[in-house]
Design a protein around this ligand. Sequence first.
Ligand SMILES: NC(=O)c1ccc[n+]([C@@H]2O[C@H](COP(=O)([O-])OP(=O)(O)OC[C@H]3O[C@@H](n4cnc5c(N)ncnc54)[C@H](OP(=O)(O)O)[C@@H]3O)[C@@H](O)[C@H]2O)c1
Length: 333
Amino acid sequence: MKYYSVAIVGATGAVGEEMRKVLEQRQFPVKDLKLLASERSVGKKLLFKQEEIAVEQLKPHSLKGIDIALFSAGASLSKEFAPLAAEQGTIVVDNSSAFRMDKNVPLIVPEVNPQEVSNHQGIIANPNCSTIQLVVVLKPIHDRYRIKRIVVSTYQAVSGTGKKAMSELLKQTKSMLDGQELEFDIYPYQIAFNLIPHIDVFLESGYSREEMKMVGETRKIMGDNSIAITATCVRVPVFVSHSESVNIETKEKITVEGAKRILESAPGLALIDELAELKYPMPAYAAGKDECFVGRIREDESIECGLNLWIVSDNLRKGAALNAVQIAELLIR
Ligand SMILES: NC(=O)c1ccc[n+]([C@@H]2O[C@H](COP(=O)([O-])OP(=O)(O)OC[C@H]3O[C@@H](n4cnc5c(N)ncnc54)[C@H](OP(=O)(O)O)[C@@H]3O)[C@@H](O)[C@H]2O)c1
């Protein structure tokens, strides 16, 4: 068996830490693991397979000799360092939004479009977390019923913003309970006991960039630009796992039974839909798990061919680290 030199760029972050765990849990054939972050983290030691690895500062030559680099340190660092790494022969799996819509960069969800892996030129993009869980569920339905339109509203966990946002929710929750004044730094408003209908920056159209990422990325991954998509993205005071309320309109008549039959055998997802037993997907249940959970499946009674679904998945795992490692697995197949 061949073993690979692997690097994680952004190793100390919410996604980077999960990447280290997923590489170990899935027994990825790692020869050596390089952990890279900012100057602030130099000297920190992190465990991989019971061995301590010292975090190093990311520098232009850091990825020399690395076979596969998992990038998760933000778009501007990806833009600066990923092309450099690719030129030196490293294959980059990039978690940021830097290259996702670049037509020369495959955007991959292994359950949906694994064939795209052979088209890379050194960089492969990992989609946005809310897009990944959406397409894992909708692609098998699209293949059978042809989706015409998607209306999606998200309920996104604070870990999607990174580690500092998780601390902010924790601190604000404590302050609220202690009757103290709230401090905010990461979000423009309090997130504890609140919802914020604003993720990433607003565009002139009134949509947020996160909402438009879902539109463009879903079409690119599903390979169908004809699907009409509209999204509303909301940040909620949940630590881990994004939830989505999804309404689809299909060309062919879709039934609950027909959809369930397809979803029961589709890869990467789990159906939880037993209303009599009060079973449906929830973020607290999905956190730490690999699947995209789907439930509350109902026919949309307001139109001829429509369905409502509720989709929940761990944004740090399938939404980021797990999907990236699965892409790396495709590379070494
Ligand atoms: N969180 C999610 O659910 C999610 C999902 C999909 C994609 N992503 C993407 O993944 C990336 C990271 O997200 P995150 O949630 O893990 O953020 P995070 O918790 O804030 O972590 C950021 C990471 O980037 C590193 N970093 C920052 N500045 C650096 C520099 N100048 N040089 C080298 N490393 C630097 C940080 O290192 P220090 O600790 O040293 O500062 C840390 O390891 C972002 O592009 C995000 O859009 C996140």
